[in-house]
Write a protein that binds this ligand. Structure first.
Ligand SMILES: Cc1cc2nc3c(=O)[nH]c(=O)nc-3n(C[C@H](O)[C@H](O)[C@H](O)COP(=O)(O)O)c2cc1C
Length: 577
């Protein structure tokens, strides 16, 4: 404790106000806020730190009802646009959320930023002009905390076209709108953020956000730095036996003949074991992450498709024009694309996560596809994507992939982990002629002979054959397993990655459901090896995540049945004698 620290009680009050600050969307009381209280709160905002002491903020205090009505109409329009952009499961949840209290709160405060204030030579703004806006954000934070201490709720509304709002407020053209805040007395402060309570998103644990010295070296102050992979391994545990037993018992008491839901009974029990409770949560919202990368082995002419098709299909996914988009729309799932190694430079558009490790792997018949460090980095990318999607509120993850020539890399991985021969594990991918097929088998065989991969060293195996999407998918699976969230595997590429994930952390694939059985011969061998039973078998051989998406409603039905079907006792139905 330093001689300058506050007393225990005062420190407790500071941490309390931080802990209990809430974004308030509902429950505002109409009674006015006393001018002296409002002035104190604005004074706290005005004490914020600012770049070069530029104090770029101004505060527009709005109480006039008609003006607030016009502003509310602007927000309603934005809200409708946002709602229309959501996948079905999210749209339903959004519909139940209150997003603003422009009319309910008696006072609205707009915090602006004047990025020109302080003149041309503002200390510290020279190389980072955006620090002007950051300074105004600090004013917002001060206002929010002071308001909480005064017993006032604050809700931040950002559903506005910024210039539309600026015009309504008569802001000079050089001022930016930073925040629109609804302020007033409230009936309660909820113990948790409303979005967390509603299951919309979760707070990320602190240790996900703290890095020691350089990004990626995890560890809270005073703890040894760990790798993400070690963290994931430590978090992966066996299914909860009690929850599985409870699920089995409930399935037997449900108003249906025992066992009559076949494989679905195993699915419900497994998901209960994974969640550690019976019934488990519904696997929604769901998101399919399409990991995309290019392959050096493409040079061996293992496919008739040119390599540019990887990037072109990524553009198609992002434009919503691929089969995966149609199936995702049908299943109500979100689609995102993770560039882990596409050869081309991709435009950064919404829905694309730019996480390129390198522009494609090297040809594995000539040397390793990637370095061990690159394999580890790709695993970390996949795990981080899983964490982000779960923190964003998803309760089911689906694998997708895109990478011309990736069935060749998959075959090499499958051979390594299952011990199958190249001829057994190699398939015709997108559809190839006999000559190409013979060449492909030979390529896999030469790769295996060259690298003599050790299945007990999965990072080495991934580095030998690639691709970046396989390594990232393995990390994605580990991320889901560590968070005990169900993950639906697509076909051959996901299966090969699941073999690597299981080798990296035995037991990891307990979180996996096999969405389907692909037409690729190596896939059946993979599912046998993992002990996974595919939910559908429709001869698909497309990838992208399509098979996983088709299985999503089946998994959801299994859980819904466990949650909602009456038991013989509750429904008063006579069980068989
Ligand atoms: C920059 C920013 C913009 C926000 N915009 C909105 C919004 O438009 N509508 C809304 O309901 N909440 C909005 N929020 C509130 C967040 O959703 C809120 O912070 C989140 O629920 C966390 O809740 P807490 O403040 O209670 O911890 C915004 C918050 C911030 C920081």
């Amino acid at each position: 404790m330093s001689e300058h620290s506050y007393s225990d009680e005062q420190r407790a009050a500071v941490y309390r106000v931080i802990e209990e600050r809430r974004d308030v969307r509902r429950g505002f009381r109409p009674d006015p806020v006393a001018p002296e209280v409002l002035t104190r709160v604005l004074g706290a905002a005005h004490r914020a730190p600012s770049v070069g002491f530029s104090q770029p903020w101004d505060f527009v205090v709005i109480t006039d009802r008609e003006r607030r009505e016009r502003i509310k109409a602007l927000a309603d329009r934005s809200r409708a646009d946002y709602a229309a952009s959501l996948p079905a499961a999210r749209a339903l949840a959004f519909d139940r959320l209150k997003t603003e209290a422009i009319l309910e709160a008696p006072v609205n405060i707009v915090v602006t930023c004047d990025p020109t204030r302080g003149g041309r030579h503002t200390l510290g703004r020279h190389s980072q002009p955006q620090t002007a806006a950051y300074s105004s954000v600090l004013a917002v934070a001060n206002l929010w905390l002071a308001a909480r201490a005064e017993g006032l709720g604050v809700g931040w509304v950002s559903f506005f076209g910024e210039r539309e709002l600026a015009a309504e407020l008569g802001l000079p053209g050089h001022l930016e709108v930073v925040a629109y805040l609804c302020v007033g007395h409230v009936s309660e402060f909820t113990p948790e953020p409303e979005l967390a309570a509603a299951g919309w998103a979760r707070r990320r644990p602190l240790d996900w956000a703290v890095h020691a010295g350089e990004y990626g070296r995890r560890g809270l102050p005073g703890q040894d730095a760990t790798s993400l992979l070690d963290e994931l391994r430590a978090a992966i545990g066996p299914p909860d036996a009690d929850a599985m037993t409870a699920a089995r018992e409930r399935l037997d008491r449900m108003t249906k003949p025992q066992g009559s839901l076949g494989v679905l009974e195993d699915v419900s029990a497994r998901l209960a074991g994974l969640a550690g409770c019976c019934p488990p949560p519904m696997p929604e919202p769901a998101a399919v992450a399409i990991f995309a990368a290019d392959h050096g082995v493409h040079a061996q002419q293992v496919t008739p498709w040119p390599q540019e098709v990887t990037a072109q299909m990524v553009a198609n996914f992002l434009a919503g024009g691929a089969v995966v988009n149609a199936f995702a729309a049908q299943a109500g799932a979100e689609v995102l694309v993770v560039d882990v190694g596409v050869r081309a430079e991709l435009d950064h558009v919404p829905g694309l996560l730019p996480r390129k490790i390198a522009p494609g792997t090297a040809d594995f018949t000539a040397g390793p596809a990637m370095t061990r460090e690159q394999a580890e980095a790709a695993i970390a990318v996949g795990a981080e994507v899983a964490r982000d999607l779960v923190a964003a509120g998803n309760r089911c993850l689906l694998t997708g992939d895109m990478g011309i020539a990736n069935t060749t890399a998959s075959a090499a991985l499958v051979c390594t982990f299952t011990g199958r021969d190249a001829a057994e594990a190699t398939g015709r991918g997108t559809g190839i002629d006999d000559a190409t097929f013979a060449r492909k088998v030979d390529v896999v065989r030469r790769g295996l002979a060259r690298h003599r991969p050790d299945p007990a060293d999965p990072v080495g195996v991934l580095a030998a054959f690639g691709g970046f999407e396989h390594a990232a998918l393995a990390g994605f699976i580990l991320g889901a397993a560590a968070l005990r969230v169900p993950l639906i595997l697509d076909g051959m590429i996901a299966g090969a990655a699941a073999l690597a994930a299981e080798a990296l952390a035995p037991g990891a694939t307990a979180c996996c459901l096999a969405g389907h059985r692909s037409a690729e011969p190596g896939h059946a061998a993979t599912l046998d090896h993992l002990g996974l039973r595919p939910l559908i078998d429709l001869g698909l051989r497309l990838g992208e995540g399509t098979g996983a998406l088709l299985a999503l409603p089946i998994a959801a039905s299994a859980v819904r049945a466990l949650r909602e079907v009456a038991t013989f006792d509750s429904a008063g139905v006579t069980d068989k004698g």
